[in-house]
Design a protein around this ligand. Structure first.
Ligand SMILES: *Cc1c(COP(=O)(O)O)cnc(C)c1O
Length: 220
């Protein structure tokens, strides 16, 4: 698959759902990919990328950002509070806000720095013990808490359990977002982004379908 193929599939899925193609943002997930593959996608004019580790992002993106203007970098993986400042300096959006301690740290740093990336609250829709995210039943309270801290909450994010039908999880995420008046829905990966778009995704996070298989094995 190429970037063009994925963009075409996104446009088609949006159209089928009665939506504008540009209501869906493609986050090209470049984690663990060799730099030449990332650079090829930058050369094609794409600017929106996702990384799941602050350290890895900090190692490769400042250089790319110097050479390519307008890069829009999204952190999609778990964030430790001691890396929050670095993440806020480097990223334009953080999709993994998942606990009160992190929300408070982001709020304090936002005050100090005078800016804050767009934030997405990660919801553990499958209630998987090993997975990050706020539980669905706690989501409304947590969203309210983030708003009371003046954080720029744009939407919700989920990663469905691998062995389950993702559409159920996408629908649940959309329902929680709607009842809280949130428009952003970060959901859908290489294997299911069309179904996510059908259920309202505004941000799809697509890695291997654009770049090919991740070369080095890496635990998520
Ligand atoms: C790696 C990753 C993706 C992309 O996965 P693909 O299956 O390669 O498209 C999306 N979201 C998150 C949170 C990831 O860690």
């Amino acid at each position: 698959m190429s970037l063009q193929d994925i963009s075409a599939r996104i446009a088609k899925a949006a159209q089928a759902a009665g939506r504008d193609a540009d209501s869906v943002k493609l986050i090209a997930v470049s984690k663990v990919q060799p730099n030449d593959r990332v650079e090829a996608v930058l050369e094609q004019g794409h600017r929106c990328f996702g990384e799941n580790r602050v350290q890895e992002a900090a190692g490769k993106w400042p250089d790319f950002m110097e050479r390519f203007s307008g890069v829009d970098l999204h952190l999609i993986g778990p964030l430790q509070t001691n890396k929050a400042r670095q993440a806020m300096e480097l990223c334009h959006a953080i999709h993994s806000v998942d606990r009160a301690k992190l929300a408070k740290t982001l709020a304090r740093l936002a005050q100090e720095m005078g800016h804050c990336p767009d934030l997405f609250i990660q919801v553990n829709t499958g209630e998987e013990p090993q997975k990050a995210g706020i539980l669905p039943l706690e989501a409304d309270d947590f969203i309210a808490e983030c708003r009371s801290l003046d954080l720029p909450v744009k939407g919700l994010m989920c990663i469905p359990p691998v062995e389950e039908e993702p559409a159920l999880h996408f629908a649940l995420l959309a329902k929680i977002a709607a009842r809280n008046g949130l428009n952003g829905l970060s959901m859908g990966m290489s294997s299911d982004f069309e179904r996510a778009i059908a259920l309202g995704a505004t941000h799809v996070r697509v890695g291997s379908a654009i770049f090919g298989d991740r070369v080095k094995a890496q635990a998520q």
